[in-house]
Design a protein around this ligand. Sequence first.
Ligand code: URA
Length: 434
Amino acid sequence: MNPVELIRKKRDGGELSKSEIDFFFRAYLGGKLPDYQMSAMLMAIYFRSLSDVETAALCRTMVESGNVMDLSTIDVPKIDKHSTGGVGDKTSLIIAPIVSSLGVAVPMISGRGLGHTGGTLDKLNSIPNFNVNLSDAKYVSMLKKHHCALIGQTKSLAPLDKLLYALRDVTATIESIPLIASSIMSKKIASGLDGLVLDVKTGVGAFMQSLEQSRKLAKTLVEIGESYGKRVKAFITDMNEPLGFAVGNWLEVKECVECLQGKDVPDLMRVSLTLSGAMLLLADKCKTIDEGIEMSKECLRTGAAFEKFLAIAAAQGADTAPLRDLSRYPEPKHHETIVADSSGYISHINALEVGLAAVSLGAGRHKKEDVIDPKAGILFAKKVGDRVDKGEVIATVFTDKEQAIHSSAERIRLAVSLSSAPLDPMDKVLEEVK
Ligand code: URA
């Protein structure tokens, strides 16, 4: 087979056979195909897309590029949750302890922040000494003992995805439904789970900005999962406004700890509890999502979920003192408040702008090698729908980088819109994809 012919075929809108996909992508994994040819193929896929059959074939090649974890020695259902990425999206840290404290194993393999979106791995890394790089054996033993492991993609797990992901990030080929779907599902299938709940974000702060695109992505993800015999449920949730009040790694961990201790942050808890309820349903722990939500609330009320979070963190090497006493975390060097310049009701907080401001403050990366400042970020005092009076604080930005603070605060100020009429906050769970 000739790589140039295969690129041309896709460029001209043709359908690649399973063996052509396997040949082309395996050659890249083996170092026999240069980045420039893979970049051309990715761009051809970006413009021409892949059929369902091609997408399934690509996902299979990615899964088979590494090991598929054998979790058969874990005798409880293994259910994970995956979000397609957003701003202030910290539900994993709430859901994983809830669901694992209810006798379901949660094999959670997460990624770093990408572009303006935050990543669970960066949030975990803000907890002192939390080790996200476990060996395969330690991963399995965490799942056996604690029914949860919170880790990053290991070397053996879908290595082809890891290579492609890095190349897509720098060739403007991330936002492609078949590429996103095969990337996400290859890692999930290789992680050894039985079932998966998907949180597909939609809106200005998401990779898929229209409801139609998000539905299409959700359906593709579900189809791939089901073709592997996995139980899958998908929800579309809103990502126009950041989720919760906190954006930035430690600030988000702190908000999660407060929620695990019983605080109600309505939009964050609405999404988290819907997803945990759905995971419990997939695990046959309840008959309806609502029943799963009630079970989740109960383990928050008893403190079981928070205790579970501490146990997982300790088992992965973390210093749990700042989780037990949030005031023990180092303070950022600088902060600046954003105050309302008129009175009214908050009508929009642009999640994309907030995410970009968070990156500039040091909570994310402009380049792969940038070092994250775990303390950097934004803490909102108001959410969409809230009343605000002139001079009242809307948000505070935090950073160690003095040079970034004014421009980021200004960006946040411009990201917030006010209206003179009151408005109801929308439900963040937009729909379940059937
Ligand atoms: N998350 C992934 O794992 N892969 C993508 O392509 C996009 C988001």
